[in-house]
Write a protein of this length. Structure first.
Length: 197
């Protein structure tokens, strides 16, 4: 935050408020970490709570005690959200802030959950809106061959329903759209590429 020169005139003093230029008292702030999965060793696929802790501290300073803080993400459908927030330390972090009189909500933003092998799939009662970016989507030029599109869920036909030339629909939780500020927290990782046959 120092390298970004956020509230640099107060850096090093008790008045340093690096998020003051975009968070106001009373705002609803959503912190979106990377909570991909709960596989055996999840530390390489999730954002640890120690990173989130720093952000919450400075969000709370900017809110001046008035507002709402939610930490939320949409892991893979077959992930155990409760295990993720326990292993990452987010549940313990929530309890820590509660002991200080600060309420932090942990939100599972998935519309669907399934078992480990995607044998069953269940829709969650989560208010969402469909946002269609149409031709403005960066996927539009690639969508001429939308048969190759693939998501985290195994059913490619479903992906093609939402993505085709001129139509690129995204189901976004209303709680994300309602946020005044969204802080995206990156996770240093790589992705494998797989050829489809």
């Amino acid at each position: 935050m120092y390298l970004l020169r956020l509230d640099i005139e107060h850096f090093g003093s008790p008045n340093w408020n690096p998020f003051s230029s975009f968070i106001r008292p009373g705002d609803y702030v959503l912190i979106k970490p990377n909570l991909v999965t709960d596989d055996a060793d999840i530390t390489c696929t999730v954002t640890h709570a120690s990173i989130i802790r720093v952000l919450i501290d400075y969000v709370w300073i900017a809110l001046k005690g008035k507002g709402k803080i939610v930490v939320g993400d949409a892991p893979q459908e077959n992930a155990d959200f409760n295990r993720i927030i326990r292993v990452t330390g987010l549940r313990a972090l929530q309890k820590y802030y509660k002991s200080k009189g600060i309420g932090i909500e942990l939100a599972d933003l998935r519309s669907f959950v399934s078992d480990r092998k995607f044998v069953w799939r269940k829709k969650r009662d989560l208010p969402c809106r469909i946002i269609d970016l149409g031709e403005r989507s960066y996927l539009n030029d690639l969508s001429k061959d939308s048969n190759r599109f693939y998501g985290a869920y195994w059913n490619r036909r479903e992906v093609r329903i939402y993505h085709s030339p001129g139509k690129h629909r995204y189901m976004v939780p209303q709680s994300v759209l309602d946020a005044d500020v969204i802080i995206m927290v990156p996770k240093m990782k790589t992705h494998k590429k797989q050829e489809s046959h």
